[in-house]
Design a protein around this ligand. Structure first.
Ligand SMILES: C[S@@+](CC[C@H](N)C(=O)[O-])C[C@H]1O[C@@H](n2cnc3c(N)ncnc32)[C@H](O)[C@@H]1O
Ligand code: SF4
Length: 484
């Protein structure tokens, strides 16, 4: 597709708007005879912005104009986005007859926009603006505001002298076909685990030392992956005891291990988690449909999930989260409904409903290039069903993010009962919280506040375990200098 712009318009934003209507669309430069073309012209004066749009696809053309006026407290860039978004959205909708529930909010954190509106305008006006100006459906506008309210409460509860730590265990028992996370899943690569653990333990200790030197309080630790419980008991004990013995237990509010795959969970491993103070775990079925589990190459059964869930609750670890995915291949609305109903019957503290996202590096895209458009309606109905049933049963949506190339541009939402919100999930996305990333593929995000000004610096650890093992940099000094 070709994009032709006149005026101060962000090309990437226009591309993401176009992709809402034409999934998987590419935008090569100098493309001859493209199937689609979007021409935009922006005219602006001090107060008002006009965007004229001509959207063509397969020889059919729709023209739409849109105006937006600067509001008090709104950045000019956001006003321009509203004008451009509305023009492209309305033209795209007429061309394709598709309704996009998130309107012109294409970003990964719609609740950030909602939170700003909530603070500036109050609930009722924020709801109107999301519907009328950002073109969200009523349900998504309400969802977004509910999440924003809960996110703000968590973010406001922790000042910038607090921080979190993410520990990466990029190993899995086998590879699921939809997944693009970097994770080693073969016997040969498992040979790296002992060396990896040794290095990880040293890094945990040196980062906690840096945190103490900076006078920060470590309030949450998240051990994720991959699948941390791919490690055997001895390896798991080495990692968790290193964390437990270095951190200040009076400060630590949340200590999560994302067990994830039911086929890696044993009584022995859970006893170790408990011994070292873990108080939040995930056990993830993704779906309670065996046929779909086979389709996504998940290599465990529905019964394996129920067995693992039972062990976790018997050990009384603390909060339990279950991850689900809506819109998976071969899933039907009836089987998704049944998954949600059975999960609600188990009463987990948290339920995270992801929408199926088509990742470039996932095996499934190589096998099925039509995947984008197949499961749209099922995915939409599934996330709506999950929202309604979970709310009816006392859960609240408390964090949310969106990813590129997700079916129908839908969202991922964490639901929890009041009092068991997972704080790491919210804080790691906020622009107010420092996170120390440890291990391969982890990101460290340093947030420095000087008066009203916030500065953010990101440090990326080597992506793959073998690179991590060869890397001799120690970022502790760089981190301490940054805060000085
Ligand atoms: C770090 S991943 C995996 C955690 C753990 N290894 C497991 O598989 O249970 C966290 C979650 O992201 C979700 N996820 C991963 N790939 C996805 C995709 N392509 N589309 C939607 N959700 C996805 C899954 O629900 C998964 O449990
Ligand atoms: S979904 Fe989880 S278990 Fe499957 S490959 Fe990805 S990280 Fe590993």
């Amino acid at each position: 597709m070709r994009i032709v712009l006149e005026g101060n318009i962000n090309r990437i934003y226009v591309q993401s708007l176009c992709m809402m209507f034409f999934h998987g669309e590419k935008f090569p430069e100098n493309e001859k005879n493209p199937r689609g073309e979007v021409k935009l012209r922006l005219t602006e004066n001090e107060r008002d912005i006009l965007c004229e749009c001509e959207f063509t696809y397969d020889l059919k053309t729709v023209k739409k104009d849109s105006y937006a006026s600067l509001k008090e407290g709104e950045a000019r860039e956001r006003t321009i986005k509203r004008a451009v978004g509305k023009a492209v959205y309305e033209a795209g909708r007429e061309l394709t007859k598709k309704d996009i529930p998130w309107g012109i909010l294409t970003g990964i954190r719609p609740s950030k926009v909602a939170g700003e509106l909530l603070k500036r305008e109050g609930y009722q006006r924020a709801l109107e603006i999301l519907k009328d100006e950002y073109l969200l459906s009523e349900q998504k506008a309400k969802l977004c505001l509910k999440v924003a309210k809960n996110e703000c409460e968590i973010i406001d509860a922790y000042d910038n002298q607090t921080c979190s730590m993410y520990v990466s265990i990029p190993f899995c028992p086998t590879r699921c076909t939809y997944c693009s996370f970097i994770s080693y899943a073969t016997k040969k690569l498992f040979n790296l685990i002992p060396e990896y653990i040794k290095k990880l333990v040293l890094e945990i200790k040196s980062k906690v030392q840096a945190i103490n030197n900076l006078g920060l309080r470590l309030i949450s630790v998240y051990v994720g992956g991959g699948t941390p419980t791919t490690l055997n008991e001895e390896q798991l004990e080495m990692v968790l005891s290193a964390i437990n013995s270095s951190v200040n237990k009076n400060d630590l509010v949340e200590f999560t291990v994302e067990c994830g795959r039911p086929d890696t969970i044993t009584e022995g491993k859970l006893k170790i988690l408990k011994k070292y103070g873990v108080n939040r775990v995930s056990v993830n079925p993704q779906t309670l449909n065996d046929e779909v589990l086979i389709e996504i190459g998940r290599k465990h059964t529905v019964n394996d999930f129920f067995d693992a869930y039972k062990i976790v609750t018997q050990e009384k670890i603390g909060a339990v989260n279950t991850d689900l995915i809506a819109g998976l291949n071969k899933d039907t609305i009836d089987s998704f409904k049944s998954t949600i109903d059975q999960i609600i019957d188990l009463c987990p503290d948290n339920v995270t409903v992801h929408s199926f996202s088509v990742k470039k590096s996932a095996q499934i895209l190589r096998d099925d290039s039509e995947i984008y458009n197949k499961n749209d309606d099922i995915a939409k109905l599934s996330v709506d069903y999950a929202y309604n049933e979970l709310i009816k049963n006392g859960y609240e949506p408390y964090y949310m993010y969106r990813q590129k190339n997700t079916i129908c541009d839908l969202e991922n939402v964490g639901y929890a009962r009041k009092g068991s919100f997972g704080i790491y999930n919210v804080l790691m996305m906020s622009d107010n919280h420092t996170v120390f990333g440890i291990g391969a593929g982890a990101t460290t995000k340093l947030v420095k506040k000087t008066g009203e000004k916030t500065q953010i610096k990101r440090i990326f650890s080597p992506k793959y375990p073998y690179e991590y093992l060869q890397d001799n940099r120690n970022f502790s000094e760089e981190i301490i200098n940054y805060f000085k």
